[in-house]
Design a protein around this ligand. Structure first.
Ligand SMILES: [Zn+2]
Ligand SMILES: [Zn+2]
Length: 173
């Protein structure tokens, strides 16, 4: 949207405040913003993401270098990527599923399956409040043996129940 004089006017977006009584997102006029380590890539979430999931699979572990990867699923049409220098790279770690990262600083940015309406944003890119809705831990069966930190969230050996149908195509190594 251009204002008189050609200035960009931010579009008002539905979004994003947490309803503390219910632990869910409410609609407000703001967006969640984040960036990679070097700042070449920015992300904007203009709708309510799903609950944060912590994935302990070997792919997330290797791609991040961390014990688990914190992921925010969000509808692809609510996910907006800024990459003015064209540094984003992708790696097809599983057939039909690519992990995208900054080609300059290496920060993981998001993953997406071909044709999937959901993008899985790496939550560490964003500054998020302490009470962000969290769903649980997945691929705990693949967790590193030293990865024994515990919280009260549900833990699943592989995918969470809503994505269990993906299990057969996943060859964990
Ligand atoms: Zn970067
Ligand atoms: Zn994973």
């Amino acid at each position: 949207m251009l204002a008189p004089g050609g200035r960009m006017v931010p579009r008002p977006h539905r979004c994003l405040k947490i309803d503390r009584s219910k632990g869910t997102w409410m609609n407000q006029q703001r967006v969640l913003q984040g960036r990679c380590l070097c700042g070449a890539i920015t992300v904007e979430l203009r709708g309510a993401p799903g609950p944060m999931m912590f994935c302990h699979c070997a792919q997330c572990r290797r791609s991040s270098g961390a014990a688990a990867l914190a992921v925010l699923p969000i509808a692809a049409h609510d996910f907006h990527l800024g990459d003015p220098e064209g540094v984003l790279r992708g790696y097809e770690a599983s057939p039909g599923k690519s992990r995208h990262f900054c080609g300059r600083c290496g920060s993981p940015v998001y993953s997406r399956r071909d044709g999937d309406a959901t993008v899985r944003v790496r939550a560490g890119l964003l500054d998020l409040p302490a009470d962000i809705p969290r769903g649980g831990h997945i691929f705990c069966a693949s967790a590193a043996p030293w990865d024994d930190a515990r919280d009260d969230l549900p833990r699943h050996a592989r995918y969470e129940p809503g994505r269990a149908h993906l299990d057969q195509e996943r060859n964990e190594k």
